[in-house]
Design a protein around this ligand. Structure first.
Ligand code: FES
Length: 116
């Protein structure tokens, strides 16, 4: 049987690590909501690609295996605070089996693109 859950680590805005079991094919935003992680202002547009508060930073090896972001994700990322080379929107990245054990980091600062 193929496994349908993986373990991922999320580092919150204060640097605290949260280790959770997550469903493959869920987005990172789904995981944060499901596990009630209550990360400050995370995902306020509920995955409609209009806030950029779900900005997360991946390690290079995981980032390099992700599918290319679509145009609306790229536009929104441009508005994100503290953008890095390995930044993505958490509501647009779906978990895969390969991501088992990965760590993603929330930037300390956020911008809500709806308020710009
Ligand atoms: Fe708003 Fe992802 S939740 S852009």
């Amino acid at each position: 049987v193929a496994q349908d859950k993986i373990t991922i680590n999320l580092i919150d805005r204060k640097g605290k690590k949260h280790t959770v079991q997550a469903n493959i094919d869920d987005t990172i935003l789904d995981v944060v909501l499901d596990k009630e992680l209550n990360f400050e202002s995370f995902g306020v547009c509920e995955g409609t690609v209009s806030c950029s508060t779900c900005h997360v930073v991946f390690s290079e090896d995981v980032y390099s295996k992700l599918e290319e972001p679509l145009m609306d994700e790229m536009d929104m990322l441009d508005l994100a605070c503290g953008l890095t080379e390995t930044s993505r929107l958490g509501c647009q990245v779906y978990l895969t089996e390969e991501m088992d054990g990965m760590t993603v980091t929330l930037p300390r600062e956020i911008t809500d693109a709806r308020e710009i």
